[in-house]
Design a protein around this ligand. Structure first.
Ligand code: AKB
Length: 322
């Protein structure tokens, strides 16, 4: 990877990925792009930024001609809960946007990273330890777009030799940039509310089990996958990936070890609960571990401690600067 373009660079994953890539490959080697201007000055000032709407192929061509990237991390996407309220927008961004990026990657001979999700699975998929290769009949528009994304990335690989690679992410937990419109967002909100108010009202049921991953692991997974020997990648579009697995009840118990007064209550959102119910309880990521050496570092305990420490530091810094 010599010159890298990141779409959706202002989002939850994109912002942290951009920093990590700039640190590793050089600040001027990573072009952050989004349809939103970064409010974070560090992101804006630490390297090139371009306004880029993935729905406009001319726009993409112009940015590619200027920057001559050889790798694209395409993170611009609409998440699951928003996707159910705006299915048309989810299709436009997640499918048509991806198609435009794939075409650019083909024309400019780029490698492409595509984020898929546990959302590609549905009620007819085996729920426990969901295998790499299994039934993919999602019930959400988000899931439909992600399955389509996996298939079209695979098609471009087979038909045009495009070096496309993807990961089926579980819920991603982070403290830098908020997620927006996902079903797993509770697992981020709960930490902020635990520190600020010592309580949290959860919109998923207490025993709703989902796979999760801390952001440093997710960033490392993307970079390691893109650096992996292509000959080893039998399931390149896309790999099941996980690090830890918990329910709202379990994560609240873990938080209580650090904040004993913390209380969780439940007010179920039927829309997001239905999405979560259609996803696996746990997934099997042994293909990722075997084919390119995936190994998570953070489990529920180390992640909880780090999240609480980092959010406290962040809040203290913000209070100081006021
Ligand atoms: C979402 O909840 O929509 C995402 C995902 C699991 O793909 N975090």
């Amino acid at each position: 990877m010599k010159k890298i373009l990141v779409t959706g660079a202002v989002g939850q994953i994109g912002s942290e990925l951009t920093f990590a890539l700039r640190k590793k490959y050089g600040e001027d080697k990573v072009i952050a792009t989004d349809i939103r201007m970064p409010s974070d000055r560090d992101l804006r000032d630490s390297g090139p930024f371009e306004f880029l709407d993935c729905l406009d192929p001319h726009h993409i061509t112009r940015v590619m001609q200027i920057h001559k990237a050889d790798t694209i991390f395409h993170l611009a996407a609409v998440l699951s809960a928003i996707g159910e309220t705006k299915p048309n927008q989810a299709w436009q961004v997640n499918v048509n946007g991806l198609y435009n990026i794939l075409e650019a990657a083909r024309q400019y001979h780029c490698s492409l990273f595509f984020p898929s999700s546990i959302g590609v699975f549905g009620n007819s998929t085996p729920k426990q330890n969901t295998p790499q290769e299994t039934i993919q009949r999602p019930l959400t528009m988000y899931g439909v777009t992600k399955v389509t994304g996996e298939l079209i990335c695979n098609y471009y690989h087979k038909k045009f030799g495009l070096d496309s690679r993807g990961l089926r992410f579980p819920g991603i937990i982070s403290y830098e940039t908020e997620p927006g419109g996902g079903t797993t967002d509770y697992a981020v909100d709960i930490f902020f509310e635990a520190i600020k108010h010592k309580s949290y009202t959860c919109y998923l049921e207490k025993n709703c089990s989902l796979d999760m991953m801390y952001m440093p692991d997710a960033i490392r997974a993307m970079i390691e996958l893109m650096e992996a020997d292509p000959d080893n990648l039998k399931h390149r579009n896309a790999y099941n990936l996980t690090a830890t697995n918990f329910t709202p009840a379990k994560i609240s118990e873990e938080i209580k070890k650090h904040i004993p007064e913390f209380e969780i209550s439940y007010q179920i959102d039927p829309a997001r609960q239905a999405i979560a119910d259609s996803w696996p309880d746990s997934i099997d990521d042994s293909c990722a571990r075997k084919e390119w050496g995936w190994n998570h570092k953070y489990g529920i305990e180390s992640m909880t401690k780090d999240m609480l420490d980092k959010i406290s530091e962040k809040i203290a810094r913000a209070d100081k600067s006021q």
